[in-house]
Ligand binder design. Structure first.
Ligand code: ADQ
Length: 471
């Protein structure tokens, strides 16, 4: 299929991040990538405004910013409780991150989730024109494609999942699992970050629903879905540039000054139980116990801005971590040294890039992660002549691409301790060799590549115009 120049791209996600100009603060790479897709294909970006209203009216606020049109709606309190805080973040998120112990199954959550997806479908359907392609993002909106089809949409519909897809036996715990997977056959293309997540999805669909593979397509009755692994990336060149920008260099110097000759280890994560922060602190403590001679030679900076603060499990992890950091500092700190600096705020991307560059070790140890962009950002920010070492969890999607990181099992404090020692002692030539290979992958499969790979599959490659093909 070829790209029809009349096709627009409609992106739908839970929240909409409007481009905020050049000083984009903590705006993530995903928002930038989706905005650039929208500039190329025109179209618009639809989703929740993040605001609450007394009663859902479906009234849309349109804004045009930096070449991108956004269309947002407000949600009712009950919608936010049941759909966003409930089913999305208390049911699906923990289960899809293998945390069966934290997942809650309430009929109200499932009902609210379905209701909001139906409301989104009712509201967005009149905006979709015949030739548009629609690209739906992430686990908040699994059933939206089916709801659009029920309302008569015949458009190309794509879906990308940003989190892991759990193994079949795990997913079977979800009371609505079968209906949820069946609803995904409304899409034409479904993308995952890794082959592992893709295989788990196909495994469920074939074993539980009786679907079968035909080449790269999964077929169920009269529906055919192209399934693909398409790892998300970052804008590696831009991020490398940020690390040496004025503010990046300033942050780099501040960090080096604060470290007073010690080797800095850095962790940067949303405060989320999937990121393995408690295990990270325990692994670092193990290192301090096993290597007393190294104690004052290193310092761990953990940056973890709070997220989803109204969900109980997130409040719990926050207080657990504060307790753990306090205990470790209490046990090991001296008048001239603290082992852990634990900071709960977000930083602009250029400052973050400078911080990464100042760190000898990037410690990225999620217990389960769809991809993990921090790992890629850490690599992109390094000085090519004297790069730091990435210690990466085998259970992050990024481990499939960054095989030259020091890969560890984040549940093992011993492995983490050994990896920190290995990284601190790693000769410069080896650091350069590993970094070069990782940077090569990150540059080739960057955010533009991810976006193009998916939109090509959904809409067909853009047709070169005559002007472009002329010699
Ligand atoms: P997240 O779980 O949010 O994303 P991640 O991929 O690491 O995880 O992205 C986090 C982003 O937030 C990074 O760009 C990082 O720089 C930024 N960030 C984190 N802490 C910050 C701070 N203190 N200040 C400023 N910025 C900060 C989900 C999935 C991931 C998947 C992405 C994209 O869980 O697995 O990689 O979507 O698909």
């Amino acid at each position: 299929m070829e790209f029809d120049p009349l096709s627009r791209l409609i992106i739908i996600s839970n929240r909409v991040s409007a481009p905020k100009g050049s000083d984009s603060g903590a705006q993530g790479g995903l928002a930038v990538a989706l905005a650039s897709a929208l500039r190329e294909y025109k179209g618009m970006w639809f989703g929740w405004s993040g605001d609450q209203t007394d009663e859902y009216t479906g009234q849309i606020t349109f804004q045009r910013n930096d070449g991108v049109t956004t269309a947002t709606v407000d949600l009712e309190e009950q919608d936010i409780d049941e759909y966003y805080n409930g089913y999305a973040n208390r049911t699906l998120w923990p289960l899809f991150h293998y945390r069966v112990d934290l997942a809650e199954y309430e009929r109200e959550f499932a009902g609210g989730y379905q209701r909001v997806n139906e409301r989104f479908a009712d509201t967005v359907q009149p905006l979709i024109e015949e030739d548009d392609a629609v690209w739906i993002q992430d686990y908040h909106l699994f059933p939206l494609g089916e709801e659009l089809r029920k309302r008569g949409a015949t458009n190309r519909l794509g879906f990308f999942l940003h989190i892991p897809w759990p193994p079949r036996r795990l997913l079977s715990i979800l009371p609505e699992a079968q209906a949820l997977v069946r609803s995904l056959f409304a899409y034409d293309v479904i993308g995952f970050h890794t082959e592992e997540w893709l295989q788990s999805f196909c495994d469920y669909a074939t074993a539980e629903l009786g679907a079968h593979m035909e080449g790269d397509d999964l077929v169920l009755d009269d529906r055919r879905v192209r399934v693909m692994a398409c790892p998300i990336g970052i804008d590696a060149k831009e991020f490398a540039g940020l690390a040496t920008s004025t503010r990046g260099r300033l942050a780099f110097r501040q960090m080096r000054d604060a470290a007073v000759g010690r080797d800095m280890i850095v962790g940067v994560d949303r405060l989320d139980y999937s990121k393995g922060l408690e295990e990270r602190f325990l692994g670092y403590e193990r290192f301090l116990t096993e290597h007393p001679e190294e104690r004052k030679e290193v310092t761990l900076l953990q940056i973890a801005p709070p997220s989803r603060a109204t969900v109980g499990s997130y409040q719990k992890i926050r207080s657990n971590l504060e307790g753990l950091a306090g205990r470790i500092n209490g046990a090991y700190a001296d008048i001239d040294w603290v082992p852990i600096r634990y900071v709960n705020q977000g930083y602009p991307r250029d400052v973050l890039a400078g911080i990464y560059r100042a760190a000898k070790i990037g410690l990225v140890t999620p217990l389960r992660d769809g991809m993990n962009l921090v790992a890629k950002e850490y690599v992109a920010a390094q000085n090519p002549e004297d790069p730091g070492v990435l210690i990466l969890s085998r259970f992050a999607g990024a481990a499939c691409q960054l095989t030259d990181a020091v890969l560890i099992n984040p549940y093992s404090a011993e492995e983490m301790s050994d990896a920190i020692m290995l990284a601190l002692r790693m000769p410069r030539e080896e650091r350069i060799e590993r970094w070069t290979k990782m940077m090569d992958v990150i540059t080739r499969q960057d955010i533009g590549w991810w976006r193009k790979t998916f939109t090509d599959a959904l809409m067909g490659p853009a047709v070169e115009t005559e002007a472009q093909t002329e010699p």
